[in-house]
Write a protein that binds this ligand. Structure first.
Ligand SMILES: [Zn+2]
Length: 408
């Protein structure tokens, strides 16, 4: 038995050790984490594609990691869920309760709780973010930030579900630090910051096939631009923590979900034209993932998540005063995700990296959007602030008792 006094003395000595150690050896490299957000990817939609081998990159992540459904919030939509994920607090607590808050398009000035990128920056972690929804105007980080969905600009004055080009941004900065903007314009090009706005019902009438194909073509152009941007950032501006997002998948689902005649809103002239348009978005996403995977080695954590799923409209929700809070506008919408019961439209979660279990399926809805930030902080050994509502997803790690695997 060690006498209590001696134990205390030993503790003080051991605590002092790292201070001396730091002077002699260079600091340990920080874990490298890449997070990829996909807007509206439900496991039920992608399972057939995985089985058919049409999403080989995501399949390889599943094989090497843990995955499952991700519980989301009630009436989920991007700004609401992403801000919940950033802060691990309830929408009423962080303030970004939807696309429009108090008559104004949701923006980062409304965020009342500290987001994870700010906590990481303070912890000395270098942070890089691109195209992440609800990050406009950009905030200072220990690295760079390029905004995503809800960026305002030319032909997209309200910032809601439209796509200004980088040079067309108005009403705030889309790039931090500002000096990075000319570099991006030169090296990557004048890319669209968000996905394309959906066409109006009036414009579609009589030109359905032509307009659907034109719109899908533009979506693919935007996806290719984003892939080039991600590749450039990961190559030229590597950071400890990188957060990238895509948002075209969800938008395609809202009006081109492969519904059948018994679904609400079925219109054969629109819904029979490109039956594969929605699943094809995930096949295209898988190629983006392939480009990102080139930057992932065995010491890199990769987290892929979707903020919510998407389902065809239901008659009874049409009478709900909160129905169609997301993408109605003028497009004939046939599927949505802002159902009062968020469990109807769960997101999805995939994680791989040092110390993360292989081929582990998370059953039910045990993991939630509240848990993502606490788990990311855990990887960096940063203590979860008490006000956070989520928990560390300890079950995905080989040894839950371990402080977390650190890059060697
Ligand atoms: Zn949506």
């Amino acid at each position: 038995m060690v006498p209590r006094k001696l134990f205390l003395l030993l503790s003080v000595f051991l605590l002092a050790l790292p201070v001396f150690g730091q002077q002699q050896t260079p600091p340990k490299p920080k874990p490298r984490v890449i997070v990829v957000g996909v807007n509206g990817m439900e496991l039920d939609m992608i399972r057939p594609l995985l089985l058919k081998g049409q999403m080989p990159n995501l399949a390889s992540v599943i094989e090497r990691g843990a995955y499952g459904k991700l519980r989301t919030v009630s009436a989920p939509n991007c700004p609401r869920v992403y801000s919940t994920l950033f802060t691990s607090t309830y929408p009423e607590e962080h303030g970004v309760t939807g696309f429009i808050v108090g008559g104004i398009t949701a923006n980062t000035n409304m965020l009342k709780q500290e987001p994870v990128w700010s906590m990481l920056s303070k912890g000395g972690i270098t942070v890089g973010m691109a195209n992440v929804p609800a990050t406009f105007p950009v905030m200072p980080v220990n690295g760079y930030m390029i905004s995503g969905m809800l960026t305002r600009g030319k032909n997209c004055e309200d910032g809601v579900l439209c796509a200004p080009k980088l040079s067309e941004v108005m009403g705030g900065d889309a790039v931090y630090p500002k000096s990075m903007q000319p570099e991006l314009l030169k090296k990557v090009g004048d890319f669209y910051i968000d996905c394309e706005r959906m066409p109006a019902a009036g414009d579609l009438k009589g030109h359905e096939t032509e307009l659907i194909d034109k719109w899908l073509g533009k979506v693919q152009v935007i996806r290719e631009q984003q892939t080039r941007l991600f590749d450039y950032l990961l190559t030229e501006h590597p950071t400890d923590f990188t957060f990238l997002a895509q948002s075209c998948e969800d938008r395609t689902g809202h009006w081109l979900y492969p519904i059948t005649p018994f679904n609400v809103g079925y219109n054969p002239s629109v819904n029979n034209v490109r039956l594969d348009a929605f699943p094809n978005q995930y096949i295209a996403f898988d190629k983006v993932l392939g480009a990102i995977l080139k930057h992932v080695d065995e010491n890199t954590y990769l987290v892929i998540f979707s903020d919510h799923g998407i389902k065809p409209l239901r008659e009874f929700e049409e009478k709900d005063p909160h129905a169609h809070m997301d993408h109605e506008k003028t497009t004939p919408v046939i599927a949505k995700h802002d159902f009062a019961d968020g469990d109807d439209v769960p997101g999805s979660f995939f994680a791989m990296g040092p110390g993360i279990k292989h081929d582990l399926r998370l059953m039910g809805l045990a993991a939630s959007v509240y848990d993502v930030s606490p788990t990311l902080l855990h990887i960096y050994g940063i203590e979860q602030p008490k006000h956070m509502r989520g928990r560390i997803l300890t079950e995905i790690f080989e040894s839950s008792g371990d402080k977390v695997a650190v890059k060697k």
